[in-house]
Ligand binder design. Sequence first.
Ligand SMILES: O=C([O-])CC(=O)C(=O)O
Ligand SMILES: [Mg+2]
Length: 219
Amino acid sequence: MSNTSKLSRFIEFGRKIVAVGRNYSEHAAELGNAVPTKPILFLKPTSSYITAGNPIKIPKGCSSLHHEVELGIVIGQRGVDIQENNAMDYVGGYILALDMTARDFQDEAKKKGQPWSLAKGFDTSCPVSGFIEKEKILDPGNVRLWLKVNDAVKQDGNTKDMIFNVPFLISYISGFFTLEPGDIILTGTPSGVSPVVAGDVIRAGLADVTEIEFKVEKK
Ligand SMILES: O=C([O-])CC(=O)C(=O)O
Ligand SMILES: [Mg+2]
């Protein structure tokens, strides 16, 4: 099997999801957070993935479930301490993803200095598009990302506004976590995050490369 068709099955690999927080200054500001001086990282479990046709389920006790549209990098080869100047060699392809966030859980965790695992890692918290071949995105540092809830535009950003760019993130993350084929890096969300409720339909797109659609349901 070719590397590309193997990578397109990243969900079946069961590889890790490393997510970057507050990578767009307007998004940091809209939630009252400082702009970070180094990447803020958290992990989402592989059980959080869902693909087209499956609903996002609001976790028990959550009263403020937010959407966050993000460019996902699919890692193509194993790497440790990757240098920024050859980081792009480790990109196998891309995905469009939603980093669904139980904002009320996260606010409580932030106040108490607790981890974000529940807020970010519940079942269905990582809806994804199909695998996007690397060649389809010429410059991951300049690609439009948008998201609508029931046809109202909520997020419309561009990856050129990332604080830490894709090569830097790959290099930085691989200094702490060995990157393996099929791993996903979620690169952070632009501004415009907002709550969704049961019955809402979320649509999102990455330039003219892909679109996704997910329905929100009560668990
Ligand atoms: O919860 C947050 O705002 C942090 C995050 O994931 C992002 O910026 O994409
Ligand atoms: Mg996020």
